[in-house]
Design a protein around this ligand. Structure first.
Ligand SMILES: [Zn+2]
Length: 67
């Protein structure tokens, strides 16, 4: 059985930092994240997203890695 190739893309949940509500599922690319850190010194997270619970844009954090 061939092993599934582990790519840099990972599915993660985005959680509102303010109200802790799960708002989004997204894929992020570890390689892009590292590149971004190297070039701009900024991390991808927290990321500003609209939260339907707060009814405004709030910082969202990576909640957990999904399998
Ligand atoms: Zn919220």
């Amino acid at each position: 059985m061939p092993k599934a190739k582990k790519g840099p893309r990972q599915s993660v949940g985005l959680q509102c930092k303010v109200c802790k509500t799960f708002g989004y599922l997204t894929e992020y690319n570890k390689n892009n994240e590292q590149l971004k850190k190297q070039t701009s010194g900024e991390a991808t997270f927290p990321i500003n997203k609209y939260c339907s619970n707060c009814k405004k844009h709030t910082p969202h954090i990576m909640a957990k890695k999904l399998k």
